[in-house]
Design a protein around this ligand. Structure first.
Ligand SMILES: Nc1ncnc2c1ncn2[C@@H]1O[C@H](COP(=O)(O)OP(=O)(O)O)[C@@H](O)[C@H]1O
Ligand SMILES: [Mg+2]
Length: 217
């Protein structure tokens, strides 16, 4: 009889991320039960948010499918591949498809809000992009001004990664978008980053994503 195997991918104050394998099936589990006391409430909120957003994105190729969300355990489908910082995508097609994926999310009223982090981007084994980690994502039916601004920030983060791995493929329009800094980005630079570093150091005990990939702001 096959035995369920669990491989730990990541562990922090908000819980653990594991690959669970049962026979020939694999999936990804976010377990927030071991979240540090005092962080449980935040961990629960964030996981519930991820579950809600993944429900809206059901059927979209390039994001995990929600398999289960049961008060503490969130299970989502596994996408075979490697995170961006490891896979270093240098094919312009990757970035074209990633842009299309962002448009798809936007069309469904979803912004991700954490795409500066390379570990949240995957290069899948078939060469196509994947996006994970919807804990900070936002869904809005109306897609008002703030939504459009955040969607543009998602795109700017993608373009920053493109500038790192595939600079020659940047179009003039994309360069223009990178050159124009939104008030969110400037505000972030001025205050947000300092607050974030403080919180991350004090509460989480890290700030740079444990050295796993750069965070482009
Ligand atoms: N569905 C998935 N398929 C493949 N790898 C995944 C999947 N979900 C997460 N991962 C891997 O696990 C890592 C951590 O997952 P993530 O959801 O980003 O957790 P966290 O919120 O702790 O950053 C990701 O950076 C990615 O490498
Ligand atoms: Mg992540």
């Amino acid at each position: 009889m096959p035995v369920m195997q669990i491989e730990l991918l990541k562990s922090d104050a908000l819980g653990r991320i594991e690959i669970v394998t049962d026979g020939d099936q694999s999936w990804i589990r976010r377990d927030i039960r071991p979240a540090r006391f005092g962080m449980r409430w935040i961990a629960r909120k964030a996981a519930a948010r991820e579950a809600r957003v993944l429900t809206i994105l059901a059927g979209v190729d390039g994001v995990p499918q929600l398999l289960a969300w049961d008060e503490g355990l969130l299970e989502r489908s596994f996408m075979a591949g490697a995170p961006m910082q490891q896979a270093q995508p240098r094919n312009p097609d990757y970035f074209r498809q990633a842009h299309r994926l962002l448009k798809r999310l936007r069309g469904l009223g979803v912004v991700h809000n954490d795409l500066a982090k390379e570990p949240n981007w995957l290069l899948r084994d078939d060469g196509r992009p994947g996006i994970v980690d919807f804990q900070l994502a936002w869904h809005s039916r109306k897609r008002g001004r703030l939504f459009r601004l955040l969607a543009r920030e998602d795109l700017r983060h993608l373009l920053k990664h493109k500038r790192s791995y595939c600079p020659d493929a940047l179009t003039p329009v994309e360069r223009g978008l990178l050159a124009r800094r939104s008030w969110i980005a400037s505000g972030w630079r001025a205050t947000g980053k300092r607050v974030y570093k403080f919180v991350a150091r004090r509460v989480f005990g890290y700030w740079d994503n444990e050295g796993k990939g750069r965070v482009r702001r």
